[in-house]
Design a protein. Sequence first.
Length: 529
Amino acid sequence: MTRLALLSVSDKTGLVEFARQLVETFHFSIISSGGTAEALKAAGIPVTKVSDYTGSPEILGGRVKTLHPRIHGGILARRNVPQDLADLEENQIQPIELVVVNLYPFEQTIAQPNVSLSDAVEQIDIGGPAMLRASAKNFAYVTVLCNPAQYEDYLTELQHGNGQVSIEFRRACAQAGFSHTANYDLAIATYLTETQDVDARVNPVSDAELSAHPSALSITGTLLQSLRYGENPHQPAAWYQTGAEPIGWSAATKLQGKELSYNNLVDLEAARRIVAEFDGAPGTPAAAVIIKHTNPCGVALGDSLLEAYTKAYEADSVSAFGGIVALNRAIDADTATALTQTFLECVVAPGCDPAAAEILAAKSKVRVLVLPDLRSGPAKTVKAIAGGLLVQAADDLEIDIHQWKVATEKVPTEDQWAELRFAWAVCKHVKSNAIVVTNHGTTLGIGAGQMNRVGSVKLALDQAGSQAKGAILASDGFFPFDDSVQQAAAAGIAAIAQPGGSLRDAESIQAANELGLAMIFTGIRHFLH
């Protein structure tokens, strides 16, 4: 009996050569639909159109092509069940041994700007997932391929197996097929949920409807890289890409250095979030961030990238050793030279000049990454807890100082307003309880993750030392007592940024007035647990 393969692919990478091998080397007959049939015919490969094989024309503008008993019967028939074989013979259906299907480019379509809902819906594949699932279900007899990267492995299986494919290979392909359809369906469900949310914001509905969350949540990803280990050597770990198109860190280019570790990636993301507060557009300051264990040890602005990095490094040169650096401008030769003067784990920037890359190459173990879009991050964050997941919107509110309120008699100067904004932007990304002391666009002291706010204030002020005189202090949460204001004033702090909202705000305001400090309430808190 002739070996029959069904090929119907959106991604035609490697299609013609693969089909040629099937026909010429392994004597398959091919049935195909739409553009796939046209591509094979144009290459001189014999092919039977699905409509000719089934005797049913493609209808509804191509929406219905492969949904036919001659297709699905040939895929799903169990070769060891006499009744299945009798049904095939009675209905003149030939068993299909190989199904090669990949799906309409739904995720690629919705990734494009200004895509309409109707255009997105037209890219929802129906026949493709049905064939994938049917083939994967019947992996005992059918091989299903959903990715051009599988073609070579399949041909190798045929060569080594005297024209046959092992059950282990078919089962692995089935698993890949089900994963593919699961990811595809999740992308569609997520898109429809998110567009509904956008529509709700444009056309307001009730608060209950706006705050509603999907009744079911699925998270899937494609293995991008197995990592040596997680936070510690005894913890296995892996890196997965969400979505079909690489975005974020999966789209970054690693110019040099060792493989990225779990902790590298966690720290890089923390660094990206901070540097994203400073866009680096023409006319805006250069920014440099140095991260250690997800907390900043130095953040600074400068007229040049070298100035910003130098200030960030000098803010805490001891902690900077072995740190992660994020820059909001392309690395230039001068900055590259400064980066090589200390041991660093990773450096990320939106670009890297050729001269800078040559200089950094002298430190071959340093991981240097280019991530052109440093400002694009996830819309939601997810944390695992025992028996469940916690999901929240990302803390990505734009800072608007025009919404801030001056709580004290003393009003910040124009320079202090700019410094308050800088301190607040950094404080937002420090582990709570968070205190940040800054001046001249540079962090001077950082108190992170303490069990009480007074302890964080003391750490930050002790680190700033005499530089605290005339500086700014920002707190991610309100002051429930006036003791932190007293500490700040004693160290010489000139102005404070805090959310406000404590029942004892009046005590802090009174203390600031008596001690001659300016204090603003942002009205927003930024706890980072």
